[in-house]
Design a protein around this ligand. Structure first.
Ligand SMILES: [Zn+2]
Length: 497
């Protein structure tokens, strides 16, 4: 089935769902969770009510009102020139309207109790549904637009990017490519491209696992900090830990290569230059149990949540029993070899960056700040309160976060792999911290995914960002794309937003 007819069907289903919805009037407040209400399908005290889709509006960070359907949004945007209208809609499409994990989906879930509970507004459904209500989101449509422009300029076919405030967890922008305009009935310049047409419904931030490449060295470095007694940044930052001749030979006689011979390097240099040899050797000497335990604590193999969704996709770090040294070495530098499985979800990588930036505590990302009725005297229906991601999901010690901050800052300096980002934000008076990665995702080595996981160290611009791009143009990397987006993000938070 063509993507365009799929989406039409989806909207018909949505409209049908909205118009036949019967709201339970007899709600009981859960004792365990004061903010949540439940209704039972067996409840006989049912009061019917019809909810029109236009009864609520999505507000972006800039205060623009967005309708609840993308077709209407596109109509409103048509005042802009065609290409810009499409790009603007694409930039907020997945986070506002997408088929999975969007604000509209989260709201519908809450409204109709599809997850068995919903927030307080149904308790005063009379007001909410006669006057309609506003959903204030955390999303900046301006930053989202800057994000998609930079991602498209990278030449990548597909990819994702997401930025949060790491002190609060507010999602500032979340973009996934390809997007709406590829699958849209009216605008389909790439319709003959089979993969694009079929891939645009995915929100890659929440649904796509990418091979992590060297981004995996964040977990490997934390394992080194925890288990290698000779590595202690508070004692000696300048200690030589490895002599890289360009390739590390494992016990099974195979080689794990570096981009070039890094020479005699410190731990900080091993990380900033992204030396595969050092991390492979360290992983092999620490052993699979320790490596797996660290990954598990950092949130690999765990189900993360977002708004009222439990994500189906999760980062994976899975080594089979008795894994060989070659495969174990590669797992630490982010490639699945000989039956091991190392995959990363962009949303999870963003949470890891946030934890490092925020002294070991990752704040739970969210995109809905509040909901209020639209009348003259607005009634508050819902209000988000920032909270940490539970330690059972992501656990990092404050001192580890501090050490990782030092390592990641050096990636943005001198010959580090994200120096381009460091330079771009230094001009604005800020300090960037990052880890980059390039992973091969096809046997021929022609297709790669280019990553950056990064944040701003100064807490007056508490920004964390992740970008994953599939095969950007020659010479373009995720780090370069980040260097184009981050200044816009800084300017957004500097102006009190
Ligand atoms: Zn090396």
């Amino acid at each position: 089935m063509r993507a365009s007819s799929m989406i039409s069907l989806w909207f018909m289903a949505l409209l049908l769902g909205l118009s036949i919805a019967v709201l339970a009037g007899f709600n009981r407040k859960l004792v365990a969770n004061a903010d949540d209400w439940i209704s039972s399908p067996l409840d006989s005290h049912v009061v019917s009510g019809i909810v029109q889709p236009d009864k609520w509006k999505l507000l972006d960070r800039e205060g623009n009102e967005w309708p609840t359907q993308p077709e209407e949004a596109l109509e409103e945007l048509q005042a802009l020139k065609g290409a810009e209208a499409k790009a603007r809609l694409d930039s907020i499409y997945h986070i506002f309207y997408g088929q999975s994990y969007s604000v509209v989906q989260a709201e519908n879930k809450r409204l109709f109790g599809l997850d068995g509970k919903y927030s307080g507004h149904l308790g005063i459904s009379g007001i909410a549904h006669s006057e309609g209500y506003n959903v204030q989101t955390t999303i900046s449509s301006e930053l989202s637009y800057e994000m998609i422009k930079a991602m498209r300029a990278s030449g990548a076919n597909d990819g994702s990017a997401m930025a949060v405030n790491y002190k609060t967890g507010e999602i500032l922008a979340s973009v996934s490519m390809p997007s709406h305009s590829v699958g849209n009935l009216y605008v389909s310049p790439l319709a003959d491209d089979y993969e694009k047409e079929n891939g645009w419904l995915y929100n890659r931030n929440f649904q796509t696992l990418f091979s992590p490449g060297s981004v995996q060295k964040i977990a490997a470095a934390i394992a080194c900090l925890r288990y290698r007694r000779d590595i202690d940044l508070t004692v000696d930052k300048n200690r030589i830990v490895y002599d890289c001749d360009g390739s590390y030979e494992t016990a099974d006689g195979k080689k794990i290569n570096c981009a070039y011979a890094h020479g005699r390097i410190t731990f900080i240099e091993a990380f900033s230059l992204s030396c595969n040899g050092f991390f492979a050797k360290s992983a092999i000497s620490m052993g699979q149990e320790k490596l797996s335990a660290v990954a598990q604590e950092l949130g690999y193999n765990k189900t993360l949540s977002y708004e009222n969704f439990s994500l189906l996709a999760k980062s994976e770090f899975l080594l089979h029993a008795g894994v060989g040294s070659y495969s174990l070495g590669w797992s630490a530098v982010g490639q699945s070899i000989d039956g091991s499985k190392v995959e990363a979800l962009p949303y999870h990588m963003l949470i890891l960056a946030s934890a490092i930036a925020n002294k070991g505590t990752a704040m739970q990302p969210y995109s809905v700040s509040w909901e209020r009725t639209r009348g003259d005297e607005p009634v508050e229906l819902y209000k988000a309160s920032p909270k940490a991601v539970p330690e059972s999901l992501v656990k990092m010690k404050p001192e580890e976060a501090m050490d990782m901050g030092i390592l990641m800052e050096n990636v943005c300096r001198g010959s580090g792999t994200a120096a381009v980002l460091g330079d771009a934000v230094e001009k604005l008076g800020y300090t960037a911290a990052a880890k980059t990665g390039t992973a091969e995702i096809s046997a021929s080595g022609r297709a790669v995914v280019s990553w950056i996981v990064c944040f701003i160290k100064e807490e007056e611009a508490p920004l964390a960002m992740v970008i994953a791009l599939t095969s950007p143009s020659e010479g373009k990397t995720a780090a370069e794309t980040a260097s184009e987006i981050m200044p816009a993000a800084i300017s957004l938070v500097k102006h009190g937003n």
